[in-house]
Design a protein around this ligand. Structure first.
Ligand code: CA
Length: 427
């Protein structure tokens, strides 16, 4: 049976689309990508299911590719049906396809639509797979012993709140919470002064597993629909006072931002890499180890963290890149290992559940995915090109995540935008 890692005709870099904007060299959504999302035109109340192609959205129902508007039914497709749908969309969008005559009426310009959450998100779990992030943050608190002893054995995670996951472009207010500023002082209820962002990927679960039925690692990717960008906004001052002994809570649950497009595992096939630990690292326990995970468990995705302050926006300056990293280099665990570990106790994953990877920082301190690392725990501000400085985020700051995959011999594919602006705390 074909696997999600197989390269086929839908990845052929020579294929062009009759949607001209998809053929530009810098297009994020060429015909080789075809990510899924939900959109509305002005005045509409129901979400429609679309696929991004160039600067357009293809309405799948209007194109006759599906007969419903339920994204969960798309996520729940069996792997072979999913591949067939991708193939049908690809074939109809090819420059030489006769579908042009009917499908051109199913196209909507992306700048005319509102893009929503890519699907209704059921449960949300955030992992901590970024070993350089975990080490850098751990060092701030435990200089001699930054990584906890379980880190190299257990894919660490916690259950987050799905209700506060926001679509890209949905701004949010700075949270208030219980904060203890001085180590021996009394806590107060106050606005967070240490508001941060986290550069992550989101993993969208496609097919569910039954309660009590762990997903073996060789089947794990059959349960994954695709990946998104994900910004797990974090209030470090609330977090540091509340997180022991049960983990993150209100310092995380005020907002998280997800990008509108789910880039499918099929689209990511050309960008797979062998998963290997560095010498001296322990091998994963057998249930987290497998031939296909070793052969191509990692995914090469380049990631960027960009900041645009209110002053930059007023001056017409674009967002400035403040951090960058790569998924394959940053992650200690693969997507398949996260799915398998999550279900090893019999936990049931549902269609539309979201797994966050955790902050993906590179090895180099400048490759960090959070301000906590870039400012070394808030002790040394980062300096922006316009002369402004930041320890943490100020009101009016907009953070945008970008992601893309490149490999010689293949078309570059992108993830779109994952952006939101920090609004002042509510009075
Ligand atoms: Ca996180």
């Amino acid at each position: 049976m074909p696997a999600a890692t197989d390269i086929d005709a839908t990845h052929d870099p020579a294929v062009l689309s009759w949607v001209e904007s998809a053929n530009a060299d810098d297009a994020e959504f060429p015909i080789q990508n075809l990510p899924f999302g939900r959109f509305q035109e002005p005045g509409e109340r129901r979400w429609r299911i679309g696929v991004a192609i160039g600067d357009q959205v293809l309405d799948l129902r209007r194109a006759g590719l599906i007969r419903h508007g339920d994204m969960r039914r798309v996520l729940n497709l069996r792997p072979d049906a999913r591949r067939a749908l991708r193939r049908a969309i690809h074939d109809g969008l090819r420059a030489d396809s006769a579908s042009y005559t009917t499908w051109s009426e199913a196209l909507v310009p992306m700048d005319r639509v509102t893009l929503g959450l890519p699907c209704r998100i059921g449960d949300y779990t955030d992992f901590y797979v970024g070993i350089h992030h975990a080490t850098a943050v751990g060092r701030l608190f435990r200089p001699d012993n930054p990584l906890m002893p379980n880190y190299r054995w257990v894919p660490i995670g916690y259950h987050g709140r799905a209700s506060t996951i926001l679509p890209s472009g949905h701004d949010f207010h700075r949270p208030r919470g219980q904060i203890r500023a001085a180590p021996d002082g009394a806590p107060v209820l106050a606005e967070s002064q240490r508001l941060d962002c986290e550069l992550e990927l989101g993993v969208v679960i496609g097919r569910p597993n039954a309660l009590g039925s762990p997903i073996p690692i060789e089947q794990a990717e059959d349960h994954v629909f695709g990946l998104t960008l994900f910004n797990d906004w974090s209030a470090r001052d609330i977090q540091s006072w509340e997180y022991q002994p049960l983990g993150p809570f209100l310092g995380k649950s005020f907002a998280s931002t997800i990008s509108p497009w789910m880039v499918t595992l099929e689209a990511l096939a050309p960008f797979r890499r062998a998963f290997a630990r560095e010498p001296g690292e322990p091998s994963p326990l057998p249930y987290l180890d497998g031939a296909s995970n070793r052969a191509h468990g990692a995914i090469d995705i380049r990631l960027e963290l960009r900041l645009q302050t209110a002053a930059m926006r007023a001056a017409g300056q674009p967002a400035e890149r403040i951090g960058r990293s790569g998924f394959a280099e940053a992650a200690y665990w693969t997507v398949a290992q996260l799915v398998t570990h999550h279900t090893v106790n019999g936990c049931a994953l549902s269609t539309g559940d979201l797994l966050g990877t955790g902050t993906l920082s590179g090895r180099d301190p400048a490759e960090a995915g959070s301000l906590l690392e870039l400012s070394q725990g808030g002790s040394r501000p980062i300096r922006l090109a316009n002369g402004e400085e930041r320890h943490f985020l100020r009101d009016g700051d907009a953070i945008s995540l970008r992601g893309g995959c490149e490999r010689p011999g293949f078309r570059r594919i992108g993830f779109g935008d994952c952006m939101a602006t920090v609004l002042p705390a509510r009075g």
